[in-house]
Design a protein around this ligand. Structure first.
Ligand code: DGY
Length: 326
């Protein structure tokens, strides 16, 4: 009898997904969800041809050199800044991610965070829970208007476009965006969005939303200089990746009221959070949950599993990020 190929599932995952993988592979899983060190990951990958990863497993050139049998890494995330893609391509390892299945869910969350930030929902809830609410007053937790305001989106991929549609069609917002490449005219029209420079966007928008992928060039896209360009009444939302915002500079800007408020789902060095962000009141903080609904997480895990099965069993990954020479 032919032996099944061996794969590693590096983090805990839905039992249904493990079961699906077990139909095709000998599966080494990590249902205890203990985060592997780089050494432990390399050790567990010995003899494995595939790995199911999440954003917390770093696939580096050094790891690849230690795992010569590895042929595919399937990330359960649309972002893949945990992958050294050029090193994977030169090592002949296929990389896959999970586009599309999380677009609308993540756009929903981006919009929810925008509204919670603009309308001061976390700050006012903490006030109420602390027993500080004794009477109504005319300006208590008065925030910024969302409907009819100006939304600036940095990074206009699938999720950015979903947020633009929500803003323009649902809330009558004027939508500005900046992106490495402007959208084609039809997509721009569907999103009712106008391409502008980053400076114009920062100076004009009432709400700035970050949805760009992380790269070395995107590091600290928003730092002290950019925050200083924004309106003092403006809000900033980051659902992209930690490191795109200089979190120390943001905490200072929030404390000094350079901008009004921020909503953050991702952090530099997460799960650690810059201590200054924990002490400023005008920030809504969530633990990287923008794609976290059960149906969407199931779809993401299913697509990552299907990429392993597609490539290792049928010879073709569904959503490849690279095409290494065979
Ligand atoms: C993604 O898919 O990139 C999300 O951030 C979850 O990691």
């Amino acid at each position: 009898m032919q032996t099944k190929p061996s794969v590693l599932v590096a983090r805990a995952v839905f039992p249904e997904i493990l079961h699906k993988l077990e139909q095709h592979f000998t599966v080494d899983s990590n249902q205890d969800d203990i985060l592997f060190s780089a050494e432990e990951l390399a050790r567990r990958l010995q003899g494995k041809v595939g790995v199911f990863t999440t954003g917390s497993e770093r696939i580096s050139a050094s790891l690849l050199a230690q795992c010569p049998e590895l042929r595919i890494c399937a990330n359960m995330a649309v972002g893949y800044n945990n992958f050294d893609l050029p090193a994977m391509t030169s090592a002949g390892v296929v990389a896959t991610n999970t586009p599309d299945v999380l677009t609308e869910t993540t756009a929903d969350f981006g919009f929810a965070l925008l509204m919670a930030t603009a309308r001061r929902m976390a700050e006012s809830e903490h006030f109420l829970r602390a027993g500080l609410w004794t009477r109504w007053s005319y300006d208590m937790f008065a925030g910024a208007e969302v409907h009819g305001s100006i939304l600036g989106i940095i990074g206009m991929g699938r999720i950015g476009q979903g947020i633009a549609r929500r803003g323009a069609l649902g809330f009558g917002m004027k939508v500005l965006y900046c992106n490495r490449k402007p959208l084609d005219a039809a997509t721009e029209a569907a999103c009712q969005a106008r391409h502008v420079s980053k400076t114009e966007l920062l100076q004009t928008a009432d709400h700035v939303m970050l949805v760009l992928p992380y790269s070395a060039e995107a590091h600290h896209t928003i730092g002290a200089a950019e925050l200083a360009l924004m309106k003092p009444t403006a809000t900033l939302v980051n659902i992209a990746r930690g490191g795109i915002v200089d979190d120390a500079a943001l905490a200072a800007a929030l404390r000094n009221r350079t901008i009004a408020a921020a909503g953050l789902d991702v952090f530099e060095g997460e799960p650690a959070v810059h201590p200054d962000l924990l002490t400023v009141p005008n920030v809504v903080l969530t633990p990287h949950i923008a794609s976290a609904t059960m149906p969407t997480r199931m779809a993401m895990a299913g697509l990552a599993a299907d990429n392993l099965i597609g490539f290792l069993v049928h010879g073709k990954a569904l959503t490849p990020l690279n095409a290494p020479a065979p």
